[in-house]
Write a protein that binds this ligand. Structure first.
Ligand SMILES: C[S@@+](CC[C@H](N)C(=O)[O-])C[C@H]1O[C@@H](n2cnc3c(N)ncnc32)[C@H](O)[C@@H]1O
Length: 182
């Protein structure tokens, strides 16, 4: 069931999405997605959830690292994002990405994910608590949550995630904050 507050979240328009894709193309040239993935706990064979995947820069990079033994679930509220991830994966011959259209619930099994990516999305969420509860549910024991959101100061993002008592802060790797499931 969709939490009441999350009904406020809605997919961005086609023109806004196109603008975002162009912006991320420039971003990814300057800051290659693989560099960020290397700051997470993702390794060969990992099962990853990229929550709020957008056009899929990090889903694709993660899929390359996890390889055939692993898998990436790319989740987003917007069908434009879901279709873009599918197109990019097909063009690159990547077949270990599965997409999920959602605004919170993933329908993934409990304790099934090694690493969750929550990159540049926290500020978008009208009910972050419900999303964090879902991410906590699907993460394995000692699973890792990697968060990056330049809209918040460092101490603010750490306290927003840890104040739920679902995750404890593990380490900072430049712009990226890694947490462990409590
Ligand atoms: C700024 S983009 C970041 C995309 C990607 N993580 C990246 O850094 O390249 C934020 C994405 O979160 C998605 N989003 C916003 N609210 C969401 C929600 N409640 N559930 C799932 N996705 C959501 C948007 O559709 C958008 O694609």
């Amino acid at each position: 069931m969709i939490p009441e507050k999350l009904k406020k979240d809605s997919p961005m328009s086609k023109s806004h999405f196109k603008f975002m894709v162009k912006h991320f193309e420039k971003r990814d040239k300057e800051y290659p997605p693989l560099d960020k993935i290397r700051k997470t706990k993702i390794k060969e064979g990992s099962i990853v959830l990229d929550y709020g995947c957008g056009p899929g820069s990090y889903s694709i990079a993660a899929a390359q690292v996890v390889g055939d033994l692993g898998k990436v679930y790319a989740a987003d509220i917007n069908t434009l994002a879901i279709n873009e991830v599918k197109n990019r994966a097909r063009k690159k011959g990547i077949n270990n990405i599965e997409t999920i259209l959602t605004n919170c619930n993933t329908n993934l099994d409990e304790n099934s994910i090694d690493v969750v990516l929550l990159l540049d999305i926290y500020h978008n969420l009208s009910d972050p608590k419900s999303v964090l509860e879902e991410l906590h549910r699907v993460l394995k024991k000692n699973g890792s949550l990697s968060v990056d959101d330049h809209h918040f100061k460092d101490d603010v993002i750490i306290s927003k995630i840890t104040s739920t008592n679902l995750f404890k802060f593990s380490e900072r790797k430049e712009e990226l904050f890694n947490f462990i499931k409590v």
